[in-house]
Design a binder for this molecule. Structure first.
Ligand code: SF4
Length: 375
């Protein structure tokens, strides 16, 4: 694996001795930003939160100015420059919020955001204008109103707990939410989106596993962007979740300087699979303010994935998606291997790059199947 693994990189400090770094001064003391950077970075942290957890500190190589882990979490003054195309709510949560803490964009599923705190604050986060250590914990009354909304909305079959990070809740509060959702007959699936297994794996305690117990299908979508995020502690947290019956999926963002090569993505997807995590989504960057330095053009993303097709087990293949602004949904971005030509298809072989003609079966006289939409 060209990117190595967490176990082979130098660790700057034992994770157990460190604390989460939450200020420019703490980053300077840890040697993660140069001395003298505090006054400027204080301006930045007045707007955007910082948190670098002990586990993440242990993954950063401070001697590498282009370290792909540091790039995800160490603030940069470029974050205060908002490009013309960037929006404060790029995925349009606000217009789809029927009650506080709920986002209902798709017919059969809805988000529940019980808090907006995270174990780390990613510099490319699409909710960066709202996440932070003291933001967004729903009050008891607001949480009950949100859970009542799920109970009263039968077309919703899946509750997606996100935030912030739902595994930052106490096991007591998370257990209450899981039990309330588990008692709703029309819900089939409870899904959680979390950075905790890779950024703060010590939170996956027996109490947390107990809190997650449910008769529903429970999916945990782990957010990770680099192979090195799957260190020893992360892998054992994921193994414990898997043994407890949680289906593990991976979601990643295509990020300049972090995973923008076939080698880096191959290492990431292989590290995920080895940790029992099935790659699910590879997101095109959401254009949140101050994130332009992370954007990889879609054409480049498609070319990287095309280079991987056939080289990697199909289990490793995520769907590459763009979450369209305005709540229009997640659109798959390819790459495509089939193009229509007349009544046939030309299909490219991932192994040899050659196109083969695939003729459609003759269409029955009585109109079934319907004509292909592109014709
Ligand atoms: S963990 Fe998720 S919600 Fe929290 S800062 Fe990172 S990307 Fe944003």
């Amino acid at each position: 694996m060209p990117d190595g693994s967490a176990d082979t990189k130098p660790r700057t400090m034992p994770a157990a001795e460190a604390r989460t770094l939450r200020s420019p001064a703490a980053l300077v003391r840890a040697g993660l930003v140069p001395p003298g950077a505090e006054p400027e970075l204080d301006r930045l942290t007045a707007r955007y939160a910082i948190a670098v957890s002990p586990t993440v500190q242990g993954l950063i190589d401070p001697a590498d100015p282009a370290d792909p882990i540091a790039r995800q979490y160490i603030p940069d003054m470029a974050e205060l420059e908002t490009a013309e195309q960037e929006r404060s709510d790029p995925t349009s949560d606000v217009p789809f919020t029927p009650v506080k803490g709920v986002v209902h964009r798709y017919p059969d599923r809805a988000l529940l955001k019980p808090l907006l705190a995270c174990p780390v604050y990613c510099r490319f986060c699409f909710r960066r204008e709202v996440v932070g250590p003291d933001g967004g914990l729903l009050s008891e009354a607001e949480l009950e109103a949100a859970l009542d909304w799920f109970a009263a909305t039968p077309q919703v079959r899946e509750a997606v707990l996100t935030g912030g990070d739902p595994l930052m809740l106490s096991p007591r509060r998370l257990g209450h939410i899981i039990r309330r959702l588990s008692a709703i007959p029309h819900l089939d699936i409870i899904r959680l989106h979390s950075r905790v297994p890779v950024a703060a794996p010590e939170r996956i305690t027996p109490e947390m596993l107990y809190a997650l117990e449910t008769d529903k299908a429970l999916f945990l979508c782990v957010h990770a962007n680099h192979a090195r995020e799957f260190g020893t502690a992360a892998r054992s947290a994921l193994r414990a979740l898997n043994r407890a019956g949680t289906v593990l999926l991976g979601q990643s963002v295509l990020l300049r300087g972090v995973n923008d090569s076939a080698e880096a993505l191959e290492a990431l997807f292989r590290a995920m699979l080895a940790a029992r995590v099935k790659p699910y989504y590879l997101h095109q960057l959401d254009r949140a303010p101050g994130t332009a330095r992370f954007e990889v053009p879609i054409a480049e993303g498609r070319a990287i994935l095309r280079a991987l097709r056939g080289q990697l087990t199909g289990l490793a293949w995520p769907t590459y998606v763009l979450d369209l602004p305005g709540g229009a949904g997640k659109a798959p971005l390819g790459p495509d291997f089939a193009v229509a030509e007349g009544a046939d298809w030309l299909v490219e072989g991932p192994l040899d790059g050659m196109r083969q003609r695939h003729a459609e079966p003759p269409r029955p006289a009585h109109g079934f199947p319907p004509p292909h939409p592109s014709r």
